[in-house]
Design a protein around this ligand. Sequence first.
Ligand SMILES: [Zn+2]
Ligand SMILES: [Zn+2]
Length: 263
Amino acid sequence: MSMHQPSADEIVSRLPELAPYGRSAVRLHPERGEPTEQGSSVGGPLLWPSDEPWPMCSEPDDEEPSGLPAVAMVPVAQIYASDAPGPWWPTGIDLLQILWCPNEHWEAPPNQADVSPLVEVRWRRAADVGVALPPPPVPARHYDYGYLPNPCTIRTEQIIDFPYREELPEELRPRLRKLIEDTDIEGKDSITRIAGWKIGGWPTWHLTCPSAFDCEECQGRMALLFTVASDDLVTGVVVGRAGDLRIFACPNDHRHPFHVDLH
Ligand SMILES: [Zn+2]
Ligand SMILES: [Zn+2]
């Protein structure tokens, strides 16, 4: 029984066959605060070009089957590359923005998760954004719990992330299971189910069989880009049954459609 998060070196020294499966990731630790558009944030103001329309959602939702009037999306996260360097940044891009429509959508478009907020992703070069936009429009209606993130600044932590055991060759799984038991933190898997918000890394599949998503445009295997976690105290975000909302992206071209999965 260990009481600390085992480091990647500790994990690999105990199970060297895991080494090739390590993927870089950045854990995002939100803290209530007053983020600005110049910094990485959850639920903070976005650096937004004044000539670019704010994203609106007119998909049918839980409260309004017509989807009208269209609902202004709200900022979920804004991440600067300097805070979270890694292979997920397309060339020349240094700002990732994630927004969503804060309603539940029962007939979501195929790349979105059902019974969830509808996600929008924007990639930018911060230097290209001129004058910041005045405050964005307020949503005309919103679900009453869990989809309006509190403004938070972010502390980041670079890690090596390991896959959920069912994504590994069968012969490795019993030894990984043993290692997970030996290193648990208060009974929780601290190796293949790192909790919280993160960019990059591996998705967990502790509720369902592992799924893989292929890009609609180029059939490339999509990679986990971003994980939105649930916590009602700090960010106020609760998705699914206190689960995670994961955004998968095409590694070949960031302009190809993303895919959202709720777990
Ligand atoms: Zn909507
Ligand atoms: Zn693609």
